[in-house]
Write a protein that binds this ligand. Structure first.
Ligand code: GAP
Length: 439
């Protein structure tokens, strides 16, 4: 039978994530919270692989040093006034007066009727600030107002001088951070694509103004190469420069790495030339000098910044869409996540053919687990069912201990993508797995 392949849809990916325990709707038993999710065991493993790959790409950067920080999630109002988020971080919002549903005004056609109830009865368009506001302590007042950060970047700017002086680094260099960000999105949608609580991986590259364009190009190339490196289909990736009317309040130039999602080409990562906007703003608002001294010119200057910013969750969703496939194997349809071995949450599964081989298989599994932690032992159901289960979570290799293994000291290894099987010696398993993970 022909090996018919079917692509991913949003519904299929959401169902798989729930079925296999990658992701759960947060507070599900209370009806859930829109745009907020909890991650299960496999989801955590995949997220960890995403973070590690990104961190490594920063640590191994050719352009210079990149240091890491972990900023606080709450910030005083003063930070967000300086950054421009209090006055500019708005989305246009409109309500349908008939069904009371709320929309982003720039996401629908206001000349037409409401897409939910079919009646055309819109309110005025209002600007809605997307930051979550809170109060610190028991006494309310403007000095205790705080906000959950809508981007991780500001902690990098406010710590710029601390990092530079305590690490004795020189311009150009980068500061990177992985952490949560919060946005009160008017209409969270497309699962992990637009969430209210999400995680960002951001790097701010500090350089002299005259070198900023050169570094902007460097980072455009480096970042798209990163996505190729983690196995994303190059045909589904592109770089798109922003038009002048699309630029965020802080940026003078911006390119998005876009992915061709089932709902169209959309931003995966933003690369922005922020000029010296942020450090200048924080100098002005805090009264603290954030300029650096140039030994060559003997003058002080405020460095320019090139920013690379990608969401962990949006990349998670991209990897799911990109690896998802339904094909026909032995006249039976299967769903498979063809993750690159490096990104696969579980690297290998150890399967006794029947319960009679349980003990011997478990012994091998425990030995391998000492070398590679993310392996699984699976004994329940027929061998065919277990292969399908591993295919669905993207496990690249399955090692099966069968009736002959006691005598010939060999196991069968099955490749997830080709489903081809071969026999290898038990003492070769570790090497075989290591080679696969390098590929
Ligand atoms: N510091 C710059 C900044 O935050 P952004 O384009 O607003 O820029 C950067 O966000 C990245 O963060 C996006 O490319 C996307 O990957 C991720 N992101 C932004 N908003 C998100 C949301 N509501 N849900 C999930 N990921 C989001």
């Amino acid at each position: 039978m022909k090996n018919v392949k079917k692509a991913a849809t949003l519904d299929k990916v959401v169902a798989l994530c729930k079925r296999r325990g990658f992701i759960y709707q947060s507070a599900d038993i209370y009806g859930g919270l829109n745009g907020i999710y909890d991650f299960g065991h496999l989801g955590i493993l995949l997220k960890e692989n995403i973070r590690n790959a990104w961190k490594k790409s920063m640590e191994q950067c050719d352009a210079g040093d990149i240091l890491f920080i972990e900023g606080a999630l709450l910030g005083p109002k003063a930070v967000w006034e300086a950054s421009g988020h209090v006055s500019h971080f708005h989305d246009p919002m409109v309500d349908c007066m008939n069904c009371k549903h709320r929309f982003r005004a720039d996401h629908i056609n206001l000349e037409k009727a409401c897409p939910d109830c079919g009646i055309k009865k819109w309110t005025e368009v209002k600007q809605f600030n997307m930051m979550f506001k809170t109060e610190l302590g028991a006494v309310a007042g403007s000095s205790t107002e705080a906000y959950l950060r809508p981007e991780t970047a500001q902690a990098i700017f406010t710590n710029f001088k601390n990092v530079m002086s305590t690490n004795r680094v020189k311009i150009p260099f980068g500061i990177a951070q992985i952490g949560k960000a919060f946005r009160n999105e008017i209409t969270p949608k497309q699962f992990l694509f637009r969430m209210r609580e999400f995680e960002q991986m951001e790097m701010e590259w500090f350089c002299k103004k005259e070198n900023a364009d050169k570094f902007f190009k460097f980072w455009e190339e480096a970042r798209i190469n990163f996505f190729y490196h983690i196995g994303i289909n190059p045909e589904k990736l592109r770089l798109r420069a922003h038009g002048k009317n699309e630029l965020a309040h802080y940026s003078t130039k911006c390119s998005d790495v876009e992915y061709n999602f089932p709902f169209g080409w959309q931003e995966l990562e933003g690369i922005a030339h922020r000029g010296n906007y942020d450090l200048s703003q924080h100098t002005k608002h805090s009264g603290k000098e954030l300029a650096v001294f140039d030994e060559e010119t003997k003058k002080s200057y405020i460095p320019d910044v090139v920013e690379c910013s990608v969401g962990v969750d949006r990349l998670f969703l991209t990897l799911l869409f990109d690896s998802y496939c339904q094909d026909i194997i032995d006249e039976e349809e299967r769903t498979v996540l063809k993750f690159s071995p490096m990104m696969a949450p579980i690297k290998a599964a150890f399967l006794p053919l029947t319960k009679k081989q349980l003990e011997q298989t478990e012994k091998i599994y425990k030995q391998i687990k000492k070398i590679e932690n993310n392996v699984m032992f699976d004994v329940s159901g027929s061998i065919g069912k277990r292969y399908r289960r591993q295919d669905e979570i993207g496990t690249p290799l399955c090692f099966t201990y069968d009736f002959d293994s006691d005598n010939d000291k060999m196991v069968t290894v099955r490749d997830r993508d080709t489903t081809q099987q071969e026999r290898i010696s038990i003492d070769q398993i570790a090497k075989y797995l290591e080679n696969k993970l390098k590929s």
